[in-house]
Design a protein around this ligand. Structure first.
Ligand code: PHE
Ligand code: ZN
Length: 880
């Protein structure tokens, strides 16, 4: 067993004993021996500095030189270890420290700190990567002004980039080297530091801000991929404009640079003025990117750009406050995309993601509050809870306050905390102060983990013309939190009348109702609506106004009515999903007891009507057609899960639906046929989504005509969306024709790693017994690289997170495979290894046979020697 480590606790927060006002960094780049000279202007900050001992952190650092106020320090004054530098008897007045270190970017397989991606140099410092470059007070509440000088061989790295504005550049006389100096006037924490150097292609543009300043915009990428950066550049300009109009936020430097790299642990990084991206969130053209890829590029470009205000200008006091920047910035990027595209469809997509990723986290061993209070390894807290649930909490704040008051609170936040490292309390205080509202109960959303459940019951009294609605809330226990307090839950609602319109009511009793929002604050409340003309169908949680589960006993006919008539598009979709979920759960029970799976006429009727309703946008209809996934059903069942039974029930339901919809499926598919040239805009993407959802249902029938149409679409498509959709349908139905098509796809895109990722994922997600062997074989194919996180996630992540029947094989071979892979990867890239391991998070919900095998695999990992803190943390909590 690896040794126990001491956790970090929010309650232990202390301000730094010293602070650093200015940092001068000098990099002499060389692949395996880069010299870094850091000159820090330090100043004692608190009483604690009085003992005169300065403690800086490092990570695998080799010290080459150390001076205090320009004078080399005696060896007796300090102790330098790879992970710390402790200096005694430092002045109790401002002083400078000059630290020379040597690092090896080429050997940096963790992709944290300074590393190589292809032939370029790049950095990743969030959360704790800067300490792999030099010893530092590597914590977000130490804000300094950085000047960076970079020197490298001109032929090796003609492009030299760092944060801020360019100051100076030129040749180093008498050598083949050149240099560039960058200065960032905005104080920032070390996690926002960045440097890039290499031989890179460039796309340039410019943007004039609302106050008339011209900003130089640049995207750097691998040579030859410039054409695939155009869409990202347009998305960047849209983001910059949107932040001005929606939040009054203007860009603040003379230049904004994005660099796309192929080796990156996460999606992208908001380094001040120098965002570094996983290239999959920059590069897009019709032949290689799907509509979903385009939407992701737009969303991630926006997200990182929006961090300039929510994250950089106002940063986090400590890592417990991570949601302060991430939840808020996700909320902002979701709003941006809603304005650029279809708001209801974006909402449905976001809720699907929340339910698929955050709900299982919140309901399993890795559950933690939006603002955690304890961690062992901060890298493991870049989670769906911090990001997606964090965004939901901000959205609820907007729902509770209303758009105008929400904006007032945001304005105050920017005004009050600009240039500071803030906390969640600071953030909430701005909304309370700007509006006079009491948000103390609301603050529980940041502190209590677990998905609250609301049980709703309605009763209509026809004589009294009253409708009583009882809402009861409860939040299940989560690790470290056995009991929960009631939360302030905003429940947006409507009372749907017989003609489909929302019924009026004359008065309300029993709970705070403001407009169409019920403020549920007690454990249980009964709300009485008076003057309700006829029996309503309650439409609750409209637009998914809170990240909760809602249980309400509604007949299939009432749900069908809601599908037809709810004024809230989200709840129309939700009602269809509920009907489908009921069918899937009943079907799974039927499979397990050997009964024939029952037909679902109500659901089929609902889907057929939605399909035919030309007033509904195609993207919305596509969402309705997409019934809950196998993982959704497993989560809903919650215990004793048999993934094979769920898969079979889902396949049978889809077959039944396809049969019920009959020949009209093919007619509709053909009617939506491509006419104009490809455009990635939301309307065209929606039409493709609907057409491909139809195709996917058609393929479920296994009929020759359907397969022929799919094969034709695969070959004839003029864009990746349609080609990949055809391939995915054949492949995920495990049809024998898949081999030929998968091979053809591989042949066509063999030299394009990002496209090969899609292929790797399709190979890994075929629901067939031979898939595990195929995955193992692909690990040693030339297209795969253990060192590249995108390849690893596509193949191994695809298998473990997106192939429920094969990862959860009854013989445990899927679990063993993941355990072996994680143990191997952990030695080189612990962050990516730990993330893969999260696939085990719902292991306790499996039926006993699989549960035992999953536990065995987990225990084997836990018992391994020299586990990284990342993997040790996940495996320990998963088993707890
Ligand atoms: N801060 C990044 C974002 O969400 C995510 C990230 C975290 C990237 C840690 C790299 C390392 O925008
Ligand atoms: Zn972010």
């Amino acid at each position: 067993m690896t040794t126990e480590t001491v956790p970090f606790r929010l309650e232990d927060y202390r301000p730094p004993a010293f602070t650093i006002d200015r940092v001068h960094l000098d990099f002499a780049l060389s692949p395996s021996a880069t010299r870094v000279v850091a000159t820090l202007s330090l100043r004692p900050n608190t009483e604690e500095a009085q003992n005169g001992t300065l403690e800086l952190v490092g990570d695998e650092i080799v010290l080459k030189g150390l001076m205090l106020n320009g004078i080399p320090l005696d060896a007796g004054r300090y102790e330098a270890l790879p992970a710390s530098l402790v200096i005694r008897d430092v002045p109790l007045a401002p002083f400078t420290l000059t630290i020379e270190t040597e690092i090896d970017p080429a050997a940096n397989t963790k992709l944290m700190g300074l590393y190589r991606s292809g032939s370029a140099y790049c950095t990743q410092c969030e959360a704790e990567g800067f300490r792999r470059i030099t010893y530092f007070l590597d914590r977000p509440d130490v804000l300094a002004v950085y000047t960076t000088r970079i020197e490298a061989r001109r032929s090796e790295a003609p492009v030299l980039l760092a944060n801020g504005n360019p100051v100076e550049s030129g040749d180093v006389a008498g050598t083949d080297r050149h240099y560039a100096i960058w200065h960032d006037p905005f104080p920032k924490p070390s996690y926002l530091f960045a440097l890039v150097a290499g031989d890179l292609g460039l796309v340039s543009d410019s943007f004039t801000t609302m106050s008339g300043r011209r900003v130089d915009l640049r995207i750097y990428c691998e040579h030859g991929k410039e054409g695939r950066c155009r869409y990202a550049m347009e998305a960047l300009k849209r983001s910059m404009r949107w932040d001005e109009t929606a939040f009054g936020r203007e860009y603040d430097l003379d230049i904004f640079v994005i660099v796309a790299v192929s080796d990156f642990n996460m999606g992208a990084m908001e380094n001040k003025g120098l965002n570094i991206f996983n290239d999959k969130y920059v590069l897009a053209d019709p032949d290689t990117a799907t509509d979903v890829d385009y939407a992701n590029v737009e969303g991630v470009i926006a997200h990182e750009y929006f961090h300039n205000w929510t994250g950089n200008r106002i940063t986090c006091r400590d890592w417990f406050q991570l949601c302060l920047k991430e939840g808020l910035t996700v909320f902002r990027d979701q709003e941006f995309s809603s304005d650029m595209r279809s708001r209801p469809v974006k909402r449905i997509a976001d809720v699907r993601t929340l339910q698929a990723r955050q709900f299982p986290e919140d309901g399993g061993p890795l559950a933690h509050p939006v603002r955690p209070e304890i961690y062992h390894e901060i890298s493991n807290f870049y989670t769906p809870t911090v990001y997606e649930k964090g965004a939901e909490v901000v959205r609820m704040l907007e729902t509770i306050l209303g758009a105008d008051d929400f904006r007032k609170g945001m304005d105050l936040y920017f005004e009050r905390h600009d240039g500071e490292a803030a906390t969640v309390e600071d953030f909430l205080a701005c909304f309370a102060d700007a509006t006079g509202r009491d948000l103390s109960q609301f603050a529980l959303w940041y502190a209590q983990a677990g998905t609250p459940q609301i049980v709703a019951r309605g009763h209509y009294d026809g004589d009294a013309k009253t409708f009583s609605l009882t809402l009861a809330q409860s939040t299940p226990p989560t690790p470290g939190q056995p009991t929960k307090q009631p939360m302030h839950i905003p429940v947006r609602f409507g009372l749907i009348g017989p003609n489909g319109e929302d019924l009026a009511f004359s008065s309300v009793e029993g709970a705070a109702v403001e407009g169409d929002v019920i403020h549920l604050t007690e454990t249980a409340e009964t709300i009485v609506f008076r003057g309700v003309a006829s029996r309503p169908i309650p439409s609750l949680l409209r637009n998914f106004s809170a990240p909760v589960r809602l249980a309400i006993d509604m007949s299939a006919d009432d749900l069908l009515f809601q599908v037809r008539a709810d004024a809230d598009p989200f709840n129309r979709w939700q009602a269809a999903q509920t009907l489908a979920m009921r069918a899937l759960i009943a079907g799974t029970a039927d499979v397990l007891t050997g009964r024939p799976v029952a037909a679902q006429p109500t659901l089929a009727t609902g889907l057929a009507e939605v399909l035919d309703n030309e007033e509904l946008e195609p993207a919305f209809r596509a969402q309705v057609l997409q019934i809950p996934s196998e993982a959704d059903v497993a989560r809903e069942i919650g215990q004793n899960v048999d993934p094979d039974a769920i898969a079979l029930s889902r396949r049978q339901l889809r077959l039944a639906l396809a049969r019920a919809l009959g020949p009209s499926l093919m007619r509709r598919y053909q009617a939506l046929g491509v006419k104009a040239a490809y455009s990635p805009d939301a309307a065209d993407a929606g039409r493709r989504a609907l057409r491909n959802a139809l195709l996917d249902l058609l393929v479920a029938t296994g009929e020759d005509e359907a397969i022929a149409a799919t094969t034709r679409q695969f070959h004839d498509a003029d864009n990746m969306t349609d080609r990949l959709a055809a391939l995915a349908s054949v492949s995920s139905a495990a049809l024998p024709q898949r081999r030929e098509l998968l091979d053809a796809f591989h042949e066509r895109y063999r030299n394009d790693p990002l496209v090969l990722d899609k292929w790797l994922t399709l190979e890994a997600t075929v629901p067939a017994a031979e898939t595990l062997d195929r995955v193992k074989a692909l690990l040693s194919q030339p297209g795969f690289a253990h060192s590249n996180p995108n390849r690893v996630r596509a193949l191994v992540g695809g298998f473990s997170a997106a192939n429920p029947t094969q990862f959860n094989r009854a013989d445990g071979a899927g679990f063993d495979f993941l355990a072996d892979f994680v143990l191997d990867l952990d030695r080189r890239n612990p962050q990516t290894a730990a993330r893969l391991l999260v696939a085990f998070r719902s292991w306790r919900a499996l039926e006993p046979g699989r549960r035992t095998r999953a536990e065995h695999a987990l225990r084997r990992i836990a018992a391994a020697e020299r586990l990284s803190s990342d993997t040790l943390d996940i495996v320990t909590r998963t088993l707890a």
